[in-house]
Design a protein around this ligand. Structure first.
Ligand code: CTP
Ligand SMILES: C[C@](O)(CO)[C@H](O)COP(=O)(O)O
Length: 232
């Protein structure tokens, strides 16, 4: 029997400065849909996800039109116009806005709007792996390249053993009460796991997928389209 709920929280209040496009990158078209629509449709069609909360900036002029274009999202996605100046603040604002909707033990899956390669299979893998976990965890990938630590003048200072090194992806899945406390107390962090670690806890690493990479720079668009065209 299903007990605690699972909800998705999507921070989508960034401007995409490194992408340098004429609109925030989450609205760029990819394989026939805006990047953000791929993400929302993946969560909305997942049997494991009870509801999806989307955090956009108060000034966002694209979201209403996008939601109207994808009727499958109606009733499954709630838009919170409470984005902050950083990803950390956008996620925390979203969590704070949900204090009357969520129980302390509900699971929250935080996922970047800029990772459109997520699919229902990866969501299921994460949820299944963390079902009985006392802390929670995240999708991540073992590092495959040889790792170098650079000196300030751009030379190799050291070769760092790559065994045990992983690169963090999203979703990152933690219980609502713990995650809200961790992000409220943390100094600036770039992901949820870092805030949980700062409490002295060890999030579980669950293997993600290369296709779930973060679209950041202009050349990432072609690669994302390639992956998405394979499945849409
Ligand atoms: N103030 C912010 C900054 C980022 N994000 C979100 O956090 C995710 C990951 O951030 P990133 O890839 O860095 O996106 P941007 O901040 O938009 O990109 P850039 O740093 O190049 O401006 C994205 O879904 C982005 O919309 C957010 O909700 N609020
Ligand atoms: C959350 C994240 O996507 C995990 O890799 C990443 O930390 C976001 O980093 P950014 O600094 O917003 O690019």
């Amino acid at each position: 029997m299903k007990t605690d709920r699972h909800v998705a929280l999507i921070p989508a209040a960034g401007v995409g400065a490194r992408m340098g496009a004429s609109c925030p990158k989450q609205y760029l078209p990819l394989a026939g849909k805006p990047m953000l629509a791929h993400v929302l449709l993946a969560f909305a069609s997942s049997a494991e996800i009870d509801h999806v909360y989307l955090v956009v900036s108060a000034e966002d002029g694209f979201i209403d039109g996008m939601m109207a274009d994808w009727p499958a999202l109606a009733g499954r996605v709630s838009v919170l116009r409470q984005g902050g100046d950083t990803r950390h603040q956008s996620v925390l604002n979203g969590l704070n806005a949900l204090q009357d909707q969520l129980a302390e033990t509900d699971w929250v899956l935080v996922h970047d709007a800029a990772r459109p390669g997520l699919d229902t299979g990866l969501i299921s893998r994460l949820v299944a792996a963390l079902r009985d976990d006392p802390v929670g965890g995240l999708l991540a990938l073992p590092v495959v390249d040889t790792l170098k630590r650079a000196t300030v003048d751009g030379r190799v200072g050291a070769t760092v053993p790559r065994e045990a090194m992983w690169s963090a992806q999203t979703p990152q899945m933690f219980r609502y009460g713990l995650l809200r406390k961790a992000l409220s107390e943390a100094a600036a962090v770039t992901d949820e796991a870092s805030a949980i670690e700062a409490l002295g806890l060890q999030p579980r690493l669950v293997e993600g997928s290369p296709r779930n990479f973060k679209v950041t720079l202009p050349h990432d668009i072609a690669l994302a389209e390639l992956h998405l065209k394979e499945t849409t």
